[in-house]
Design a protein around this ligand. Structure first.
Ligand code: ZN
Ligand code: ZN
Length: 741
């Protein structure tokens, strides 16, 4: 249990330049004076300095950019692009700007949900355009000429919730922002960037990577906050047996559902954050079931919230939570992103949310003015959660992490250089603004016949839309639509990359408490047909993965161990799925599947060991596959400790004899084309990562391996063979040889 004291606020006077109507509207809304971080950031931005604000949840970050942006709009001295990672957040911002009732401010959203006639209005009249990086990439930048009047006056670019831009997606967004700056410059504008973030370490360097220019850090949070207790909770072991007879802990989602029901029964307004969409659905369902008999009227005040719902359904849920009609909500992190849900008494976090930044972002939702609040982190049955729950210092004693992103990744850079050339022919000076790798990538694009080099720059000469080359969110193609058989009703969508695992034939799909079974997955048409059903099992896809080394880029040699970082080709295919009983996770059976393989060129970290090291670790040849496999699983589980990723972003392969290294080898790779920087971070922080992996396995109380240590929910081999003790000896020997510990 960690206690955070209440803290009084530090107020400061209003900036002298702010619009008088804006000030009276804010004062009428209860903001009598701004907090210090708000005025510091707003003053810097107004004076022309790009700035990154990093402060806690509900610290009023939006005022930092609203003061300058709305003042500029009201006085006709400049326009603003506001970028949010989700449409929901942009809609929320538009609502709060509207509530200020400022006559001279014309704000509009411009995203996939905006009707055509409103888009036209936004282009002609809006001073504050609320949009997202995807829309900037696909819509706004390619048709910049139609935005000429907005671009000419572009004074501010707000990048809200910027800690969300990490990994491959973050790298793409970084390039979209470089394109925006170049287009603005073409119209004679040099916008100031205002970045708002949850508390992250080193926000200045994150901002530099993201916008490609320096920004001043504002990190002194002047807002008041209530006291908060944060508890760590490990669900009990059950009587049940999982794969290979391993003990099974009660699922974090089942535990969260029970606690959510208890809190709602006491009238405590609670949000439960759950990692997966499926988990959010099952927590909501479980909590409702728990209250169904005793208090049916309360059961109806619990709902699920996640991405993949249709926009109008999401809006209705946000309103109900805001108004207090809903008492309990089970949500994915779709809700974490700034949507205004202050005024909660408790927050449950089912499973480590991936980063310290997310933990505090989610926990910080709890607490209304003057009241104490509670947040509970409920451990999942996996090695990272086990490690953290047994090492509270790793949860509470650490700074939040810096976002990992790599805009120079050539896979990312390539489509954006093409898009930039299609927007305005690219000069040598422009190319320099896209980083050191740009010239090489431009030459490749010329060789492929996509760009043509002329005396005054590079031109896009292909017929297709250059922006179609980039897949910003790494979704691997058009989303798969999920439709109900018979009615044809569209229930939602799932990313192409995730579709094989999520909506394969026979998969159980949950949607707002209702359970569906997938009848058919049509990959050509990107449609999954589902039928309502009521099975008491969930499904888990299994895959087979092959890996080959393309090139080792960096290497460290130790006595008996080599560590590598480099590029690899990964081929994986979903081959079957398991059915598991709801709640207990007990395995009921396995069914084969026939799906095509997916191929990926990406980056990996791998370690190669020799026979003499195996002897020293007392690992017999017949025990090697199990020891290496167990070490691989646990290391995948622990990588998020050093890289900003979660275990589903990465994959692994272990083998007693790999053809490319001619030795026992363990690979951990980024699950995104071109790599995401996670494996690289693992290579750089191998000591911390691999020793924590060993400690997580050895501190687990099970006898021969369980999901809390060496079993993996996504193992392609049914978690066989696994040798827990062998993995500890192997990792100990590796750590001793490499780092003397
Ligand atoms: Zn265990
Ligand atoms: Zn495995």
């Amino acid at each position: 249990m960690e206690h955070r004291d209440a803290r009084p606020g530090l107020a400061s006077p209003w900036p002298t330049w702010i619009d008088a109507n804006l000030r009276s509207a804010l004062e009428a809304g209860g903001i009598t004076t701004p907090w210090t971080h708000q005025t510091t950031a707003a003053e810097l931005a107004w004076s022309g300095q790009s700035v990154v604000v990093s402060s806690g949840t509900a610290s009023g970050k939006s005022l930092c950019y609203l003061l300058p942006a709305l003042t500029a709009a009201a006085s006709g001295t400049g326009t603003t692009f506001y970028l949010a990672p989700t449409k929901a957040l942009a809609a929320d911002q538009l609502r709060s700007i509207g509530e200020l009732g400022l006559e001279n401010v014309r704000a509009a959203t411009y995203d996939g949900d905006t009707p055509m006639e409103e888009r036209d209005w936004a282009r002609r009249h809006a001073d504050v355009v609320l949009t997202n990086p995807d829309m900037l990439h696909h819509g706004l930048l390619p048709s910049h000429a139609r935005w000429a009047s907005t671009m000419r006056k572009l004074r501010f670019v707000v990048v809200d919730e910027c800690h969300h831009y990490r990994g491959v997606f973050g790298s793409h967004v970084a390039q979209v922002l470089r394109r925006l700056r170049r287009v603005a410059r073409h119209y004679g504008a040099e916008p100031v960037f205002i970045l708002a973030s949850a508390t992250v370490s080193d926000p200045g360097s994150t901002a530099l990577r993201l916008i490609g220019a320096p920004a001043i850090e504002v990190i002194e949070d002047g807002s008041p906050r209530g006291a908060l207790d944060v508890a760590l909770w490990e669900p009990p072991l059950t009587e049940l047996n999982g794969e290979n007879g391993a003990p099974v802990r009660r699922a974090a989602t089942a535990e969260a559902a029970t606690i959510l029901a208890d809190l709602v029964a006491e009238g405590v307004r609670t949000v439960a954050f759950v990692r997966s969409r499926r988990g959010a659905e099952s927590v909501s369902l479980g909590a409702r079931r728990a209250l169904d008999e005793a208090a049916p009227e309360l059961a109806d005040r619990i709902a699920a919230y996640r991405a993949g719902y249709l926009a109008e359904d999401r809006r209705a849920l946000e309103r109900a939570l805001h108004d207090g009609d809903l008492l309990g909500l089970a949500s994915t992190n779709a809700l974490e992103l700034g949507v205004d849900v202050s005024g909660l008494d408790a927050v449950l976090i089912a499973g480590w949310p991936g980063t310290h930044a997310s933990l505090w972002q989610q926990a910080g939702r709890a607490g209304r003015a003057g009241r104490d609040a509670l947040a509970v982190l409920i451990a999942r049955d996996d090695p990272l959660d086990t490690y953290l729950i047994h090492h509270p210092a790793a949860v509470f004693g650490r700074p939040v992490e810096a976002a990992v992103l790599d805009p120079d990744n050539p896979h990312v850079l390539r489509p954006h250089l093409a898009a930039a050339a299609a927007e305005i022919p690219l000069t040598d000076a422009d190319a320099a603004g896209f980083g050191p790798a740009a010239t090489g990538v431009l030459e490749e694009l010329v060789a492929e016949g996509l760009l043509r080099r002329r005396a005054n720059g590079w031109y896009w000469t292909a017929r297709e839309r250059a922006t179609d080359l980039a897949d910003l969110r790494g979704t691997g193609g058009p989303p798969v639509r999920i439709c109900e058989v018979g009615t044809g009703r569209l229930l939602g969508t799932v990313d192409a990359a995730a579709s094989h695992a999520a909506v394969h034939p026979g998969a159980v799909y949950l949607h707002q408490g209702a359970t569906y079974l997938v009848r058919q997955l049509d990959l050509e048409a990107s449609v999954a047909l589902v039928e309502a059903g009521n099975p008491d099992w969930t499904t888990h896809a299994r895959d087979i993965t092959d890996i080959s080394v393309v090139r080792s880029l960096r290497r460290q040699q130790f006595d008996g161990v080599e560590l590598h970082y480099g590029s690899v080709d990964v081929t994986s295919r979903i081959v079957s799925f398991l059915r598991r009983r709801v709640g207990s996770g007990e395995v009921l059976g396995e069914e084969p599947l026939d799906l095509p393989p997916r191929e990926l060129r990406t980056q990996a970290m791998w370690w190669v060991i020799d026979d003499e090291l195996l002897d020293a670790a007392a690992i017999e040849p017949r025990d090697l596959p199990g020891a290496a496999h167990a070490a691989e699983h646990a290391s995948i589980g622990l990588l998020p400790l050093v890289a900003t990723c979660d275990r589903w972003d990465i994959g692994g392969v272990s083998t007693p004899m790999h053809p490319d290294t001619s030795a026992p080898t363990v690979f951990v790779y980024d699950g995104h084309a071109g790599g995401a920087g996670f494996a690289e971070r693992g290579y750089e922080r191998a000591q911390e990562w691999l020793t924590a992996t060993r400690d997580a396995i050895s501190s687990c109380e099970c006898a021969t391996g369980c999901p809390s240590c060496v079993q993996s929910p996504k193992c392609g081999n049914g978690n066989e063979p696994l040798d827990k003790a062998g993995a500890v000896r192997l990792l100990s020997e590796v750590a001793a040889r490499c780092w003397g510990r």
